[in-house]
Design a protein around this ligand. Structure first.
Ligand code: GDP
Ligand code: MG
Length: 188
């Protein structure tokens, strides 16, 4: 039951079953043009994922993920570009995206990450995502710099290409793993 992400991975992603899954809200933040909407949309079109777009224009979509035998539903919020409001500080995970081709977007991601970690304390999942890794020759932000930021603020770091659908399943599993870690739900 369920379809596996990849032979070497523990996670699998499948359609809804009869057990009510735990429900988590995830927001995708970052500068304009870094690929937030593409990333969120690609989660929905992955061949591994059974999804429903519940939000229409509001940019809210849900994905069911089976990880370590337990199903969870992740609700993704792709807000219009604006300042973070206080309601957004009640969520389960924060995905901060920048483009490796855009140094200013890394500075924006740095500010958002610092702000969130200070406001949220240590018990909430924050992931730093370096997107557009397909544009290797236009790279302006090194993986070392990005990793340093992530490590400094207790964030999981991931590199993706939303356009090529590269590493998006790993990111999805990473998000759920971080949420469970912060909720102290045993990983194994
Ligand atoms: P948003 O403003 O953060 O929501 O960014 P969008 O998702 O609208 O993407 C902005 C532009 O970047 C669009 O033209 C996307 O096709 C492009 N884009 C997004 N992700 C990638 C990626 O991984 N690689 C490349 N080459 N282009 C991307
Ligand atoms: Mg967008």
């Amino acid at each position: 039951r369920g379809r596996y992400l990849a032979p070497e991975q523990e996670g699998s992603i499948h359609s809804h079953n009869s057990n009510a899954p735990s429900y988590y809200s995830v927001i995708v933040l970052g500068g304009a043009g870094v690929g937030k909407s593409t990333l969120t949309r690609q989660f929905m079109t992955s061949e591994y994922i059974d999804t429903s777009d519940t939000g229409g224009e509001s940019g809210v979509m849900t994905v069911s993920v089976l990880l370590n035998g337990e199903e969870s539903t992740l609700e993704f919020i792709d807000p219009p570009d604006k300042n973070i409001s206080i309601e957004e500080l009640q969520l389960d995970a924060y995905v901060v995206v920048f483009s490796i081709t855009d140094k200013a977007s890394f500075d924006t991601a740095t500010n958002i990450t610092k702000y969130l970690r200070v406001e949220l304390g240590t018990d909430r999942a924050i992931l730093l995502v370096a997107n557009k890794i397909d544009l290797v020759r236009k790279r302006k932000v090194s993986a070392d710099d990005a990793r340093l930021l992530a490590t400094g603020y207790d964030c999981k770091y991931a590199e993706t290409s939303a356009a090529l659908n590269h590493h998006l399943d790993e990111l999805l599993v990473g998000i759920l793993s971080q949420i469970r870690l912060k909720l102290s739900i045993p990983v194994e």
